[in-house]
Design a protein around this ligand. Structure first.
Ligand SMILES: [Zn+2]
Length: 180
């Protein structure tokens, strides 16, 4: 089936992970926010009043969301609900990577048992089984965790983050009605 230009363009933007965030600046900020969550950077500073990206003194336009600083204003701390949204993405991603990595180890263990019980000839040799368990376990854990788990986690975590951010935006709009 022929795909439209828009679909083609979209799938390029999606890349391997298969999810397009409606808020591209959140993806740009994810790593920075994870540094903040890990307390590797100071909690206070000068942040964009719209997206809470950290600004340099010389910025007149936010490098993350492209809002003019004069219009968006600045805050000196990132609100907790915003940090929680980024944490949701990070935690979900980590759970999928480790969870699927564990699945890979279980598959290798099952393979080991099958070989020990029913493997004919050299396949039934304990040395073969051990190699399958150790090397296979490593490869399968990488495959399931780092490849499959990371992709599912990226999608699922990004959706959670974006949903929380959307709710936060709606709430913020209610609390601070835009000035006429
Ligand atoms: Zn911004």
């Amino acid at each position: 089936m022929a795909r439209t230009k828009v679909e083609q363009h979209q799938s390029e933007a999606i890349g391997d992970a298969g999810y397009v965030t409606p808020y591209p600046y959140l993806e740009k900020l994810q790593e920075k926010m994870e540094e903040r969550l890990a307390k590797r950077v100071p909690a206070t500073g000068r942040f964009c009043g719209f997206c809470y990206g950290r600004l340099r003194d010389t910025d007149t336009e936010c490098p993350f969301c492209a809002h003019a600083i004069a219009a968006a204003g600045t805050v000196n701390e990132i609100p907790q609900p915003v940090l929680r949204a980024y944490k949701a993405r990070k935690d979900t991603e980590a759970r999928w990577v480790y969870g699927m990595g564990f699945v890979g180890l279980i598959v290798a263990s099952v393979l080991f048992i099958v070989l020990e019980l029913w493997g004919p000839g050299v396949l039934g040799n304990p040395a073969t089984g051990l190699a399958v368990l150790i090397l296979g376990g490593y490869v399968l854990a990488q495959f399931f965790g780092t490849l499959i788990g990371a992709q599912i986690g990226f999608r699922s975590g990004s959706k959670k983050r974006d949903l929380l951010w959307g709710e936060y935006l709606a709430q913020r709009a209610q609390e601070l009605p835009p000035q006429p």
